[in-house]
Design a protein around this ligand. Structure first.
Ligand SMILES: [Zn+2]
Ligand SMILES: [Zn+2]
Ligand SMILES: [Zn+2]
Ligand SMILES: [Zn+2]
Length: 192
């Protein structure tokens, strides 16, 4: 990793294999967001942060392209093994790029952005820095798929990517069924 003879400081590692990420390498940024369209119908995303501290509630991760592709391949196998069929939702504005399930405006989801780190022209302390550059329009992955990745893949057993991935403190079954959409769920998890 060299830029005009100076080494570039890159301390980030891949969320899957934990190997360091290189400048110019094809990567994916995967983060937990609430996607929405603004008043000009532009697609935007609320990063899921704690309003008081501005910290991420769920950390964003970078993956090598091949590592993330492998995760999605195994996710596909998992879905076909369980003969998953998406439930059409006319009020959804997004479609999960893996399972086809709908995602409504402002619902918790994952966002996958293909890109790469480039040496930034900003050089605080005369040290070259790296900035992530988006290469494609980001794609949405539904919360159900994110939970499958998080809970069934052995590499995340000890260190899950995201803890408590849920819309609003509901149980896992309610998250999968998106019960908040019709407010008629009488599952125990909603009782105080
Ligand atoms: Zn990797
Ligand atoms: Zn999905
Ligand atoms: Zn429940
Ligand atoms: Zn419920």
């Amino acid at each position: 990793m060299e830029s005009n003879g100076r080494p570039v400081v890159m301390s980030r590692t891949c969320g899957s294999c934990d190997e360091p990420l290189e400048i110019q390498e094809a990567l994916y940024l995967v983060e937990v967001v609430r996607p929405y369209h603004d008043t000009t119908n532009e697609q935007r995303y609320h990063r899921h942060t704690n309003l008081a501290t501005q910290d991420y509630v769920h950390s964003p991760y970078f993956f090598h392209e091949s590592c993330w592709d492998d995760i999605l391949l195994r996710l596909e196998e998992e879905l076909s093994e369980h003969q998953f069929v998406a439930d059409p939702d006319p009020r959804s504005t997004y479609t999960c790029r893996c399972c086809g399930e709908g995602v409504r405006e402002e619902e918790l989801a994952c966002l996958e952005t293909a890109g790469r780190f480039r040496v930034s022209s900003r050089q605080p302390n005369n040290q070259p820095t790296a900035a992530f550059e988006e290469m494609e329009e980001p794609r949405v992955l539904c919360i159900g798929c994110a939970i499958i990745i998080n809970t069934t893949f052995p590499e995340f057993d000890e260190h899950p990517l995201w803890v408590n991935l849920q819309e609003d403190k509901e149980c896992r079954g309610c998250t999968y069924s998106r019960c908040w959409r019709d407010a008629s769920c009488d599952c125990e998890c909603h009782r105080p």
